[in-house]
Design a protein around this ligand. Structure first.
Ligand SMILES: Cc1cc2nc3c(=O)[nH]c(=O)nc-3n(C[C@H](O)[C@H](O)[C@H](O)COP(=O)(O)OP(=O)(O)OC[C@H]3O[C@@H](n4cnc5c(N)ncnc54)[C@H](O)[C@@H]3O)c2cc1C
Length: 346
């Protein structure tokens, strides 16, 4: 044992995933100082076997126990690396809680992350699926990702344009056994460029009687909107949106739009494709508010699978598969899960 890391065997993971399902790690390694990673990965079990990097557990489903080692990064350092009065470069350790980091930046007069307030999880997980909300994706603010590369067993610095960021995707998500994100650097502005045009944020700001909001006031509006829409995992187990909005060929989107005029259709990543509302498709198949034992679909949001208390990950996965099958059968559209499935596959 060392002061840089701690080991626990047969460690319970129920409190470490926001679905609140039971799972155990054969071996849990809690790393306080990421500089210890090269030495730790000299150990054969870590070098050759599966390793799950676990943040806040808010974007994964334990359908079974994770194979191999579970590793957490617990570093808590946040610092300003550069500041020219216009913009600043801020570095945060992977273990910092995301929402606390957003509040820290706003408290230091730095704007850019306000639309991403109240997303659960850690700084280290933010680049994994390129977290996004209310018209902003984190890739727009990331300058550099520091990661331990298991392939070369060295620490690497990846500029944003080498991270293959896309909608809820990145090279880290595609190669989960290779990368361990240890810190992230963000370029943030002292003069905010607010983005209010998305899903009720401007309305919420106006409702509060604010004419020219500050970045902090936008973050507060985002928090109020999120609290009204999404179940709080501390009260009802969930992992946020369980499915990605499907990207389909434009012709299919247009045909579905003609048949179902209420179906929300958004522009896709290129002219040949469109993004459909997964929530609408699931709701149209009658799943919103559905419950089987303790596994269910939120009454407030058709995209959110919930654990009413004692559901297992396998039960939630089974429900998710049947939801996707019904959407495929009715609309010919394949849904993909957003959280990573552990201990089974989609
Ligand atoms: C109520 C609720 C609302 C949500 N809203 C949103 C939203 O608006 N937008 C959005 O994008 N997401 C949303 N999410 C999903 C989730 O909060 C984010 O994806 C978050 O970034 C996950 O962080 P985490 O630390 O909990 O990651 P975990 O769930 O612990 O891990 C997720 C994945 O990232 C990997 N990972 C985690 N940390 C590291 C690391 N340091 N290095 C390498 N891999 C790592 C894990 O191995 C796993 O594959 C929501 C979730 C909930 C419960």
């Amino acid at each position: 044992m060392s002061s840089a890391w701690r080991l626990a065997e047969r460690a319970p993971l129920r409190a470490r995933n926001t679905f609140g399902v039971e799972a155990r790690a054969d071996m849990l390694v809690q790393v306080r100082d990421a500089a210890a990673l090269p030495d730790l990965f000299e150990n054969a079990m870590l070098r050759n076997g599966p390793v799950l990097v676990l943040g806040g557990g808010s974007n994964l489903l334990f359908a079974g126990d994770p194979p191999g080692v579970v590793l957490t990064l617990d570093g808590q350092d946040i610092r300003i690396l550069e500041d020219d009065g216009e913009a600043a470069l801020v570095r945060a350790d992977a273990g910092v809680e995301w929402h606390a980091f957003v509040l820290w930046t706003l408290g230091h007069g730095l704007a850019g992350l306000e639309n991403l307030a109240l997303i659960p999880g850690t700084v280290g997980a933010a680049p994994i699926q390129n977290i996004g909300a209310y018209g902003v994706e984190v890739r727009e603010r990331i300058e550099m990702v520091e990661a331990f590369d298991r392939a070369s067993r060295t620490s690497t610095r990846l500029p944003a344009d080498e991270c293959a960021f896309a909608y809820r995707d990145s090279r880290f998500k595609r190669e989960p056994e290779r990368w361990i994100v240890t810190a992230v650097e963000f370029r943030l502005r002292r003069t905010p460029e607010l983005r209010l045009g998305y899903a009720g944020i401007a309305d919420e700001v106006a409702r509060a009687g604010i004419q020219s909001p500050t970045a902090s006031q936008v973050a507060e509006a985002v928090c109020r909107v999120r609290r009204s829409k999404l179940p709080d995992p501390a009260v009802l187990g969930n992992a946020g949106s369980f499915f990605k909005n499907p990207i389909v060929p434009r012709e299919l989107a247009e045909a579905l739009g003609r048949e179902h005029p209420a179906l929300p259709v958004f522009p896709g990543p290129d002219g040949a494709s469109c993004k459909l509302s997964a929530a609408w498709l699931i709701d149209a198949c009658g799943w919103k508010g559905h419950r089987e034992g303790d596994a269910g679909v939120s009454e407030r949001h058709a995209l959110v699978l919930v654990n009413h208390g004692g559901a297992t990950g396998a039960q939630l996965l089974d429900l998710a598969r049947r939801i996707a099958a019904s959407v495929r059968e009715r609309f010919g559209v394949a849904l993909e899960p957003e959280p990573r499935i552990i201990g089974d596959s989609w």
